[in-house]
Design a protein around this ligand. Structure first.
Ligand SMILES: Cc1cc2nc3c(=O)[nH]c(=O)nc-3n(C[C@H](O)[C@H](O)[C@H](O)COP(=O)(O)OP(=O)(O)OC[C@H]3O[C@@H](n4cnc5c(N)ncnc54)[C@H](O)[C@@H]3O)c2cc1C
Length: 374
């Protein structure tokens, strides 16, 4: 294999695939290099929540990026269906963030306040008002914030649609091909060394999720990503139990099409073991039934696990290397990579075209007190 591309992207998860979609649409010759299959890791496992307001307790620069990203889904969903035939299952009916105590409800009101000051809509519902809309929700829920513009998608379908769209626009997708290292000459990127041979490109983007540490060392020795395992399960019910996802401090029940309910997720850092354990199923089901007692009669479907890519500095590394020409990074999106995928793709495409500065990486790294030092 000895081919020349404008841009080589390492990793065919939702982030690499989104970047490939945006760059290919702008006419660049792109290669996506994936050690397994497209969307076979975190991007396959994700629940697909687009929880901008549900997820952000405090303001940070990523909140602005997340809400811009959320706004892109409607148009993208239509465009991707038209171009690739793939339906990403986009639902924009909102998310309820629930509270089980007066204290938790007070915290929700505080969060709603700062989010409303940024122009984002939300409504507080008492427990009774919530049960008028969702009669199957337990009496133990004292209230909920309703975020009408949050939503959800089918994550692996979105990742595949991005990759397929990129391929239609001329990208080449190399599956079962591992990148072993990035090749450089005199502080300039020249390509990647893969398990199948060399791929030449003077621009390389690291988008390899929880496996990025070895490649990120070119940025800084302290940079890296690690896996945060999450286990999920799904059940089926012909009886409608819930119309809109409910979210409570990282736990959620997401009603999907066809009477499926996705319930997740556990949080287990620093393991690449994707086994699903019985005690995790017990924990998830007990918590879910506590919120939605009708789930007791739902039929078991399946369970799975995935590895969220967390960065050592708890912020995604998105930007270009200040000294090594042609080296870029876009990884470490932790629990919001599906939500952030459209804006990440567009941001990286703009950065490569120099329509965008390194401002996001700069502001995130400044916030974390990081500096570039090789
Ligand atoms: C249980 C769970 C629930 C989640 N729920 C949500 C949610 O509701 N909403 C949301 O927004 N986000 C959610 N996430 C987070 C989201 O899934 C991730 O942030 C996102 O998928 C990260 O995408 P990625 O492309 O960076 O990583 P991945 O999807 O892991 O892709 C990285 C790819 O790089 C490949 N790779 C690695 N190293 C190499 C190499 N050397 N050469 C070639 N290929 C390589 C890997 O094989 C992999 O396919 C969830 C994650 C999990 C695990």
């Amino acid at each position: 294999m000895s081919k020349i591309y404008d841009i080589a992207i390492i990793g065919g998860g939702i982030i690499g695939s989104s970047i490939a979609h945006f760059l290919s649409e702008r006419g660049y010759k792109v290669a996506v290099i994936e050690k397994g299959r497209i969307a076979s890791e975190a991007s396959k496992a994700a629940a697909g929540l687009l929880g901008v307001q549900a997820e952000w307790d405090e303001y940070d620069p990523l909140f602005d990026m997340a809400r811009k990203s959320r706004r892109m889904f409607k148009g993208l969903s239509e465009k991707l269906r038209e171009k690739t035939g793939i339906d990403i299952g986009y639902e924009e009916k909102g998310i309820y963030r629930i509270a089980k105590s007066d204290e938790a409800a007070e915290k929700l009101l505080q969060i709603m306040k700062w989010q409303q000051q940024t122009g984002e809509e939300s409504h507080f519902l008492s427990g009774a008002a919530l049960r008028e809309k969702e009669p199957n929700v337990s009496q133990s829920i004292v209230g909920a914030a309703y975020y009408p513009t949050d939503g959800h998608v089918i994550a692996p379908e979105l990742a595949r649609a991005f990759a397929h769209s990129a391929a239609i626009s001329g990208a080449e997708i190399y599956e079962q091909t591992e990148v072993l290292d990035i090749q450089m000459e005199h502080n300039r990127v020249t390509g990647v060394v893969t398990s199948e041979g060399m791929i030449s490109s003077d621009k390389v983007i690291i988008a390899s999720g929880a496996w990025s540490t070895k490649l990120l060392r070119h940025f800084d020795k302290s940079w890296g990503t690690y896996p945060v395992k999450g286990e999920l399960l799904s059940v089926k019910s012909y009886k409608p139990l819930l119309t809109i996802p409910v979210f409570e401090d990282g736990f959620y029940i997401v009603p999907k099409r066809g009477g499926r309910y996705v319930i997740g997720a556990t949080v287990k850092p620093h393991t690449y073991n994707k086994a699903v354990y019985a005690e995790s199923i017990q924990y998830l089901m007990e918590r879910a039934i506590g919120i939605l007692p009708g789930l007791k009669e739902a039929e078991w479907e399946t369970a799975w696990a995935g590895l969220r890519p967390q960065s050592q500095h708890s912020v995604p590394y998105m930007g270009k290397h200040p000294d090594i020409q042609g080296l870029y990074s876009c990884t470490g999106h932790y629990r919001n990579g599906i939500l952030l995928s459209p804006i990440s793709g567009e941001y990286m495409a703009d950065l490569l075209e120099e329509k965008q500065t390194n401002s996001l990486l700069d502001s995130l790294t400044r916030r974390e007190g990081l500096a570039f030092k090789n």
